[in-house]
Design a protein around this ligand. Structure first.
Ligand code: ADP
Length: 358
């Protein structure tokens, strides 16, 4: 039996806005689940329904197989870390972390022991006497996490916990959160709009768009087996390139190039003849020059961005545009012609009407 079960969960706000549609998911104990998607797609709403902060309009939420829709937040044994740290400014780090236990009237010695253990996990041992204002953003966020993990809870919810940190702190804190999860083993549900955070932290990712779950899978599955154009375009940086066209004689036009899709379509080739199709390939999957068993494309270089470990090359071919990721030593000239190959096995085909993978 799954630890947490969300069955056909819906959220319709009092103003009639249907924010979450038939959300289904089973979460196992100790899993690290990430909800990812653009702003406004219903991630926080779903998280808040799990926390018991928002009423579930329709559907059932189960904890250990037991209906939890009507349980209050405390009864659910769930702790939540928010975007803003919400620390008490006049209390020391120690008191902030201890706060929940102090309220519960836990024995002082036990509190001291637990705070010290939590602080050690979070690297806050040397800061216990400080006030929050004397801490960096990353340290404050760690105190907020400490306050949540010190309570023995079954589930740990995090809503964009890194969004107030700068880029460097985010990378550090991201690996710390992964470490904390390894050490505590707490079942975690984490909300972010950042696909890199999702890919690096998650055991499984739930990709959402406009209130609907698009796909649930491991980072590997989402990257290599995206269910539709949205997921394929959302996971990966720079995103997958999409060439939209109509299949004509088993081919799709990419600028002046004709991409032969008949072989890949196999017995569906006849069905798609004359139909719209989306030809997808990742920037990192191309090879410069002519390769065997590949679609060879001639295009023009519009712009290059040397990023150190790779160069992003923005190309145009007629009306079509794409980004290629190449070795910086192979950075091409701007405004010059370029020839590259898209290996057949790296091509994704999607139905142009449904946008689902073929
Ligand atoms: P996300 O976390 O993915 O950014 P949210 O779950 O916060 O998205 O919001 C999903 C949608 O529900 C948004 O369009 C948002 O405007 C709407 N929404 C959120 N809270 C309310 C509310 N209290 N009343 C009405 N609509 C809301």
């Amino acid at each position: 039996m799954a630890y947490l079960t969300l069955k056909d969960i819906n959220k319709i706000y009092p103003n009639g806005y249907h924010a979450v549609h038939n959300f289904n998911l089973e979460i196992e104990k100790n899993e690290f689940i990430v909800f990812v998607g653009p702003s406004g797609c219903g991630k926080s709403t779903t998280l808040r329904m799990i926390a018991g902060l928002e009423e579930i309009s329709n559907g059932e939420f189960l904890i250990n197989g037991k209906r939890a829709n009507e349980m209050g937040p405390r009864e659910r044994e769930i702790a939540m870390v928010f975007q803003s740290y919400a620390l008490y400014p006049q209390m020391t780090v120690f008191d902030n972390i201890a706060f929940g236990l102090t309220l519960q009237g836990v024995d002082e010695e036990v509190i001291e022991q637990k705070v010290k253990k939590t602080a050690a996990i979070l690297g806050l041992t040397d800061y216990l006497d400080r006030l929050p204002r004397a801490l960096s953003g990353g340290q404050r966020q760690r105190v907020a996490i400490g306050r949540a993990i010190i309570r023995k809870v079954g589930v740990f919810l995090m809503d964009e916990p890194l969004s107030n940190l700068d880029a460097k702190q985010r990378v550090t804190m991201r690996s710390e959160i992964a470490q904390i999860h390894r050490e505590t083993g707490a079942t975690t549900i984490y909300v972010t709009h950042d696909q890199t955070e999702a890919m690096t932290l998650a055991d499984r990712i739930v990709v959402m768009k406009e209130g609907y779950v698009q796909q649930v899978g491991t980072p590997y599955e989402l990257y290599y087996q995206p269910a539709n154009v949205f997921v394929a375009g959302f996971i990966g940086e720079p995103p997958m390139n999409f060439i939209r066209g109509t299949v004509t004689g088993g081919k799709v036009k990419f600028g002046d190039n004709m991409l032969d899709v008949a072989k890949k379509l196999g017995d569906k080739a006849a069905k798609y003849e004359g139909k719209p199709i989306v030809f997808g390939f990742r920037p990192e999957s191309i090879v410069l020059g002519k390769q065997p068993d590949a679609h060879v494309v001639k295009a023009s270089v519009e712009l290059t961005e040397m990023l150190g470990d790779n160069t992003n090359v923005y190309i145009t071919a007629g009306e079509d545009k794409a980004i290629l990721k190449v070795d910086p030593h192979d950075t091409p000239e701007t405004d010059a012609p370029i020839e590259f190959s898209i290996p057949n096995k790296e091509v994704y085909l999607f139905d142009g009407e449904t946008e689902m993978v073929i």
